[in-house]
Write a protein that binds this ligand. Sequence first.
Ligand code: NAP
Ligand code: COA
Length: 264
Amino acid sequence: MSDAFAPDILSGQVAFVAGGTSGINLGIAKALAAFGADVAVLSRSQDKVEAAVAEIEATGVRSVGMAADVRDFDAVADAVGKVANTLGQLDIVVSGAAGNFVAPAAELSSNGFKAVVDIDLLGTFNVLRSSYEHLHKPGASIINISAPQGSLPYPAQAHVCAAKSGVDMLTKTLALEWGPAGVRVNAIAPGPIEGTEGMARLAPTEEDRKRVEQAIPMGRYGRIDEIASLAVFLCSDAAQYLSGAIIPCDGGRSLAGPPQYVSA
Ligand code: NAP
Ligand code: COA
């Protein structure tokens, strides 16, 4: 984790991280906790929720977790209400639950397309919509987790491209609508990140990985802590005039055009 920030910059703040029980989102949740925020997490698996809460509590902050599917608005709204009652008004909301698999559009079922759009895009709306009434206003910071697929066409990723480009537009639209209330809404678009479920699905072999790395100007995968550092910055006082931005954190990958992942 970056040591570029004072260790207590998020002290007294409350964060809610949807999809915060593994990978990049868990890394963000733990980083927010490391800088002093109390952190709630939500995902479908009760086991993953309990493990994430234990990891976050180990940093010395308060944590709660809920098992729910972001596609279910009532379940998400119930969970967010419980977080606000337990930890207090939300200063930080991260929406990062997502699904991905490689499937050429001509072979993808309607339900497969819908599953990813519902998790990524409808899920983000559900998280943000149900959080809004519990946000600390003015001052709250919302971070959506997008992807390069939000702005670049990727072969065998029509479902993800459609979903994440929707997340990007939702980010900008809500920045416009909620800015007057003092709520900032931004998105991080990570590039390929080391040791994640996402890259295990997109580039499962060493050969795939080499091809992906060749298309990254910095020549390597990113690390979870590099995405988490950007999230901490976005919640900090240093970013108080930053809203409506979709920020790539990808070693320059998004400058290099559409990739050739497996099964293109
Ligand atoms: P991951 O470990 O699979 O994280 C996904 C999280 O979302 C898990 O906590 C998962 O937990 C939860 N989740 C999935 N479906 C859900 C649902 N329907 N309702 C509630 N929670 C749900 O994946 P990751 O690779 O770290 O990706 C995290 C985020 O970064 C995603 O938004 C992804 O699109 C984005 N991203 C990743 C990369 C990369 O290189 N990995 C690159 C660009 C963008 P449960 O299984 O318990 O539900
Ligand atoms: N290729 C093509 N279609 C696929 C698929 C694949 N690899 N995996 C799932 N699908 C289709 C299913 O066949 C189904 O469609 P159908 O009813 O027409 O057969 C549809 O997607 C829904 O599948 P289901 O398993 O019921 O969905 P789910 O809601 O339980 O799980 C997924 C959602 C499919 C996205 C699952 O991969 C998941 O839970 N992912 C979360 C973790 C993840 O993807 N992490 C990386 C984030 S970048």
